[in-house]
Write a protein of this length. Structure first.
Length: 222
């Protein structure tokens, strides 16, 4: 008996299709309705219905972009209100702890705590990201680990040279906004785990207003 007969794919109900539209906009950023339809295997009409419904709820908005030929394109994007669909690993308790630690031990105490956390994080990542691996494999392994933590991460070749590690969601965004050291230590962890033969540079930062966090990874020049 064919495997598809035993485990048929889940039907694309309106709720599933709607969530698929939200997830794709989160992962890949602004897109036209036709692009979304093509990626998701849905009709353009169905996608537009979802988009206008989501717009009415304040979850998406669009901007027009001029094209060389024809009418301007509508590029749909998620609004901040859509963040509720994605996991937030740290909430009010974390913010309270950050404030309490800083008040009790000062900025130096918080910095020390972040250093200890970064060392533990790097040690855990290093069990899966091996120095003997090729750089693409190291990046793929790191992206998989980060995705498991809710960052919706991926790695790919950078058209400008090197590679990009992209994180489309930050599950600790609220904590990072109150403790800038978290982001600084994150960059240091990536550098340590990926090895001394590469340079890691943050190119996009959610806290600076970007849609995503992105890191350019290049081999060091001798």
């Amino acid at each position: 008996m064919p495997l598809d007969d035993v485990n048929p794919p889940a039907p694309k109900t309106p709720a599933r299709s709607r969530r698929a539209v939200i997830d794709l906009l989160k992962q890949e950023g602004p897109k036209e309705a036709a692009e979304l339809a093509s990626c998701l295997g849905l009709s353009a009409m169905a996608v537009r219905q979802h988009l206008y419904g989501l717009r009415d709820e304040g979850l998406v908005a669009y901007e027009t972009e001029a094209r060389p030929v024809g009418r301007p394109a509508k590029l749909w994007r998620l609004t901040e209100a859509a963040d509720r669909f994605f996991p937030d690993g740290h909430g009010e308790l974390t913010l309270d702890l950050i404030a309490a630690i800083t008040e009790t031990f000062g900025e130096a105490g918080m910095a020390r705590l972040l250093e200890v956390r970064a060392k533990a994080q790097a040690a855990a990542y290093s069990q899966r990201v091996r120095p003997s691996q090729s750089l693409p494999k190291r990046l793929a392994a790191l992206a998989e680990l980060r995705s498991g933590e809710g960052y919706m991460a991926s790695a790919r070749k950078d058209p400008d040279g090197g590679y990009l590690l992209v994180e489309n969601h930050c599950p600790v965004c609220s904590a990072a906004a109150h403790c800038q050291g978290l982001c600084a230590m994150e960059l240091a962890v990536f550098q340590e785990v990926l090895g001394p033969d590469v340079e890691v540079e943050r190119t996009d930062h959610i806290l600076a207003g970007a849609r995503r966090c992105a890191y350019r990874v290049r081999r060091r020049k001798d």
